[in-house]
Ligand binder design. Structure first.
Ligand SMILES: Nc1ncnc2c1ncn2[C@@H]1O[C@H](COP(=O)(O)OP(=O)(O)OP(=O)(O)O)[C@@H](O)[C@H]1O
Length: 271
């Protein structure tokens, strides 16, 4: 059950009441910060941003894990280059799969025989799996656990917000009015649930001219400043739409460029 002393949400939690807290803890895990990556809308780059964050944090020598809460559309194993790996376990715990650079990861695809097999489960079963990934995976000591949330503000998002002690949420958006409107819903949901929104990352914000290096806005001029002002949320940074980000399985080849783009964002998050 809950333990306020080791809860990453302790600083912002208003209840401070062990009796009413429903957050479960695996006493063998000590996770200092839990960051949810959310958007409200699918396909905007949540999983990509989750992996980029994890890689940068790891490069700073921190202990990092990724929990893939996108149970019906898991993409973390592929993005980490772990698609052929399977998780193991014993009677008590599930052991996360680890990348060569030491990022621990758990995804439903690590438990499926075939990654193409669809998951045809109803909401309560799916939310149960997410809770198991929090409670039954032996994460041990982590500085940061990144949770890649599924799109939308439905069951799983609600479960993560209610039953995992989030330090904060990062919202991923792209510069289109329709998406900003849906991301706004997710931000308002988080605020209603007293979850700290660390800020927004605008993904696929621009492209870079291969000849002159100029930034080109592909969508009509972004209204991100206005949208953030209305919601009182910070912009953590903007990421371009580039082939190197689309090719995370070969991250090492593009490390220098990606580090340059991600490092200022990660510095803000750590602060
Ligand atoms: N900045 C970028 N530049 C180029 N390609 C990108 C960028 N961000 C994401 N992509 C690509 O867009 C696609 C969708 O990204 P991703 O899977 O991260 O989105 P998602 O929001 O997690 O999707 P889902 O809603 O399915 O969970 C992927 O093919 C990814 O490689």
């Amino acid at each position: 059950m809950s333990n306020c002393n080791t809860c990453p949400s302790a600083a912002t939690c208003s209840s401070k009441d062990n009796g009413s807290c429903t957050i479960g803890f695996n006493t063998n895990n000590n996770i200092k910060n839990v960051i949810g990556v959310m958007s409200g809308k699918g396909g905007v780059g949540k999983s990509t941003v989750s992996v980029l964050l994890a890689k940068q944090l790891r490069k700073k020598g921190l202990k990092v894990g990724i929990l893939d809460a996108d149970i019906t559309g898991p993409s973390i194993p592929r993005l980490l280059g772990l698609k052929d790996k399977r998780a193991t376990g014993n009677e008590q715990y599930i052991f996360p799969v680890e990348t060569n650079d030491g990022i621990k990861a758990m995804s439903l695809n690590f438990l499926m025989e075939d990654e193409n097999q669809p998951v045809i489960w109803r909401g309560p079963v799916i939310t149960g799996v997410v809770q198991q990934f929090w409670n039954e995976v032996l994460w041990e000591e982590l500085d940061y656990l990144i949770i890649d949330m599924p799109p939308g503000t439905g069951d799983v998002a609600l479960t993560v917000m209610q039953s995992i002690p989030l330090t904060g949420l990062i919202m991923v958006s792209v510069p289109q009015d329709l998406i900003s409107m849906i991301v706004s819903k997710a931000i308002i949901m988080a605020k209603k649930m007293n979850i700290n929104v660390l800020g927004v990352i605008e993904n696929m914000s621009y492209i870079i001219c291969p000849d002159c290096g100029k930034k080109i806005n592909i969508f009509k001029e972004s209204n991100i400043e206005k949208f953030l002002g209305e919601l009182d949320v910070d912009l953590l940074g903007e990421l371009p739409m580039i082939a190197e980000i689309n090719d995370l399985e070969n991250y090492e080849k593009n490390e220098e460029l990606i580090d340059k783009l991600m490092n200022p964002i990660v510095e803000k998050i750590i602060k």
